[in-house]
Design a protein around this ligand. Structure first.
Ligand code: 2HA
Ligand code: ZN
Length: 270
C-alpha cells in the first residue's frame, strides 16, 4: 500500500475532532473534514486509469493534487482518539475530472464532491486556506429557526451584523461577515457549489437548519472561526433568554474597532 504518513495533518484532524466532540458540535457521525495537500510526494504518482472515478463536477484547480478526507459514518469522538482508520487519501487526476482512492479509509464522506468543489474554489481564490471543516454548532443552527434571521432576504447580512455585534472582537476576526445557503439536501453537490460561491469572500458559511462550513489554513484555524461565531450566537441567546433585547454594539463602534486594527477594508456594511 502507498505510504500514508502525513503526521502534521493527522494531528490536526485528531485535535480538531477531539474538540468538536467535546463541544457537542459533531454528534454521532455528524460533520466532516478535509485538508488539501500540495502533492509533491512521489509515492502519489499518477493513479492507474482503471482506478479513476468520474467526479460530478470538474475541479481543474485540483488537477494532480491530493485531499485527505474523513470517511463516511466516522465519529468525531473516535477520530479524536485515533485518526488513522477514519481518514482517506484521494488523488485528483491530471485532467481535473476524476479522482481515485490512494490510501487509508476508502469509504469517503458523502460530501466528497462538495469538499472537492470547495477546495477547487479555495485553490483558485484563497489558496492559503487548505482545510475545510463542516460541523453542527447548536446556537447557530437554532438561529435559523428565528423569524428575524429567516425572512428570505439577505439572511447572511442580517445574521452577520447582529451576531457579530454581540462581542467586541468577533467582527475583528470575521470583518467580511459570514455567507448563508438556504436549506439543501445534505451531502448534495448543490450545497457544495453554493457554498463554494460564498467562500470566495467568506471563511464561514451557515447552512440553514444544518450547520456551518468553515475554512482555514489548518483545521485548528477553521475551528477558531467556528468558536468565535458560535460564542457570539450563544451570547445572543443568553441575552434573549434573560428577557432582554440583544441590541449589540453600534455600527459606528464596530467601524471604529475595525479601523483601529486596520481591517475596515474587509467590512462591507451595506
Ligand atoms: O453526516 O454532517 O452533512 C455528515 C454530515 C453531512
Ligand atoms: Zn452535516
Amino acid at each position: 500500500m502507498t505510504k500514508f504518513f502525513y503526521q502534521t495533518e493527522l494531528d490536526d484532524f485528531k485535535a480538531t475532532a477531539h474538540w468538536l466532540a467535546l463541544r457537542g458540535w459533531s454528534e454521532a457521525a455528524g460533520g466532516n473534514m478535509s485538508i488539501r495537500l500540495d502533492c509533491q510526494d512521489s509515492s502519489l504518482a499518477d493513479l492507474p486509469e482503471d482506478d479513476h472515478i468520474k467526479l460530478p463536477v470538474d475541479v481543474p484547480y485540483l488537477a494532480g493534487k491530493a485531499v485527505l478526507l474523513t470517511g463516511s459514518g466516522t465519529r468525531a469522538r473516535e477520530i479524536g482518539v485515533d485518526p488513522l482508520p477514519h481518514i482517506g487519501l484521494y488523488k485528483i487526476s491530471e485532467d481535473g475530472r476524476h479522482y481515485g482512492w490512494v490510501a487509508g479509509n476508502n469509504n469517503p464522506s458523502m460530501e466528497l464532491p462538495a469538499h472537492f468543489a470547495i477546495h477547487n474554489t479555495l485553490e483558485r481564490h484563497r489558496p492559503e486556506d487548505k482545510a475545510v471543516l463542516h460541523t453542527h454548532p447548536v446556537s447557530l443552527i437554532a438561529l435559523c429557526h428565528m423569524p428575524e434571521f429567516n425572512n428570505g432576504f439577505n439572511n447572511a447580512k442580517t445574521i452577520s451584523d447582529k451576531i457579530l455585534s454581540m462581542q467586541s472582537e468577533a467582527r475583528l476576526i470575521l470583518p467580511e461577515g459570514i455567507g448563508f445557503v438556504k436549506h439543501e439536501l445534505p451531502g448534495s453537490l448543490e450545497l457544495g457549489l453554493k457554498s463554494a460561491l460564498e467562500l470566495k469572500r467568506h471563511h464561514l458559511v451557515l447552512w440553514q437548519y444544518h450547520g456551518l462550513l468553515a475554512t482555514g489554513e489548518t483545521l485548528a484555524g477553521a475551528f477558531d472561526k467556528v468558536e468565535v461565531l458560535e460564542k457570539s450566537a450563544q451570547i445572543y441567546w443568553q441575552v434573549l433568554v434573560a428577557g432582554l433585547d440583544p441590541k449589540g454594539i453600534k455600527k459606528a463602534e464596530i467601524k471604529h474597532t475595525l479601523k483601529a486594527f486596520g481591517r475596515l477594508e474587509r467590512y462591507f456594511p451595506d
